[in-house]
Design a protein around this ligand. Structure first.
Ligand SMILES: Nc1nc2c(c(=O)[nH]1)N[C@H]1C(S)=C(S)[C@@H](COP(=O)(O)OP(=O)(O)OC[C@H]3O[C@@H](n4cnc5c(N)ncnc54)[C@H](O)[C@@H]3O)O[C@H]1N2
Ligand code: MOO
Length: 396
């Protein structure tokens, strides 16, 4: 399959990849289960919040402005959950507690620190503050207020949706991702390595990345570099929305992904992107799944995850494509870029960005030390210290 199709730009690859997936259907889950998920339909508040005028303080509700030495007769009590039933005259006060409904007609709450109580009478001692100490009904939001954040639901969304009266939330179904690491040399972490073997790493990084982005991830058994092993693995992936293979994407005799996927019905969109790392990336539709074949080099696979897989997962969950790219002044000069868009591992410190010395795509320790990827377009000229360069922040 080597040489199939042109080397395409990162932007063109992203377009193809987003075209391989579609927003997933809605499912309704409990508010608790909705945390971290993406709302697929707006919800409207079922009532005003607060639902009634409520006292903001512990004190005494009265129907007129109060002056020092004014006296009132206490005619009843209102506590949170226990409204006062009755009518207040100008000389009346209702003992009231924070969160209690304001009695009909009352215009302010005098805090208890500003009165002296004597049996059922109170006398205003100090000058009561200006504020009425009343939280007006609907002051937070009105019935019908609509909420649908365009981000995964966070803790503040959970609190707001609860206050709006919703115990059930419509969310996009989780994208199901099957992750397949391929290579005779790979052993799972924790196993003793024989001569020539290495520990499979990037699949675990990608699994964590996809899960943090809302996916349900199945890591398939590691496949060896044979057509039989790969086709069996493809069968195991059935039912996933997205199959991500790692390794075997390049041009070597043992790089079989494109050929075996082709035999399994892959409708190839592209194979090779003008980017660094990540050049041998391939993708297409295979039956009901999208397939993305990532290069095996650990940093290549992880960078492609950030640049391509995260936007695909966003689209599947109905979110708009978004990546925040900011400009930072360079701490040190950098050389001219080659013909591929280069995602250089870098660190932002004190507002300046340092491109890290070692950019080989096998270096996971360098990737972990990086906070950002400097995005250098093809042919970007050499840059001096202080010049601005574009960078995107790496996810945790
Ligand atoms: N003659 C050429 N050789 C290579 C080219 C090229 O254009 N011409 N491209 C290079 C680039 S760029 C990359 S990236 C790699 C990617 O190749 P593959 O996708 O076929 O990856 P592998 O050969 O299977 O593995 C590369 C490297 O990564 C290690 N690896 C693989 N999977 C894992 C894993 N799950 N965890 C950790 N490490 C993994 C593997 O052992 C190899 O060392 O090809 C270049 N070659
Ligand atoms: O593209 Mo490879 O991913 O440069 O190492």
């Amino acid at each position: 399959m080597e040489g199939s199709g042109p080397v395409i730009s990162v932007a063109a690859a992203l377009d193809h990849l987003l075209g391989l997936v579609a927003p997933l259907p809605t499912e309704t889950v409990t508010l608790r289960a909705a945390a971290g998920r993406v709302m697929s339909e707006p919800l409207a508040a079922l009532h005003d919040q607060p639902p009634f005028d409520a006292s903001a303080m512990d004190g005494y509700a009265v129907v007129k402005d109060a002056e020092p030495d004014d006296t009132f007769t206490i005619i009843g009590e209102a506590a949170a959950g226990h409204p006062f039933v009755g009518v207040l005259d100008y000389s009346d006060a209702v003992r009231i507690f924070t969160g209690a409904p304001i009695p009909p007609g009352a215009t302010r709450v005098i805090i208890q620190e500003d009165v002296r109580r004597d049996g059922d009478r109170i006398t205003v001692t100090g000058a009561p503050g200006d504020g009425p100490n009343i939280r007006p009904g609907g002051g937070d939001f009105a019935k019908g207020k609509v909420h649908q954040p365009r981000t995964p639901l966070g803790s503040r969304d959970s609190a707001l949706l609860a206050a709006m009266g919703h115990g059930l939330v419509p969310v996009a179904r989780k994208p199901v991702v099957a992750l397949l690491m391929t290579g005779d040399e790979l052993r799972p972490p924790g196993q003793v390595l024989a001569e020539g073997q290495i520990t499979a790493s990037n699949g675990y990084g990608l699994a964590a990345m996809c899960e943090a982005a809302g996916a349900e991830v199945r890591i398939l058994p590691i496949a060896s570099d044979t057509a039989a092993s790969l086709s069996q693995a493809f069968r195991l992936a059935a039912g996933a929305d997205l199959l991500i293979t790692i390794g075997g994407a390049s041009v070597g005799d043992h790089d079989l992904i494109a050929d075996v996927a082709g035999d399994a019905g892959l409708d190839l969109s592209f194979h090779k992107v003008a980017m660094r790392p990540g050049k041998p990336l391939l993708a297409g539709r295979m039956g009901d799944m999208a397939l993305v074949g990532l290069p095996g080099n650990p940093v290549s696979a992880m960078v492609c995850g950030v640049i391509f897989i995260l936007p695909m997962l966003r689209r599947m969950q109905g979110l708009p494509n978004f990546s925040e790219i900011l400009s930072y002044p360079l701490a040190d000069a950098i050389a001219a870029n080659g013909p591929r868009q280069h995602y250089m591992r870098a660190q932002v410190r004190d507002g300046r960005i340092t491109v890290l010395d070692r950019q080989d795509s096998s270096l996971l320790s360098v990737l972990r030390d990086a906070t950002h990827l400097v995005v250098r377009p093809p042919g970007d000229p050499a840059r001096v210290a202080g010049e601005g360069v574009s960078a995107l922040r790496l996810p945790a």
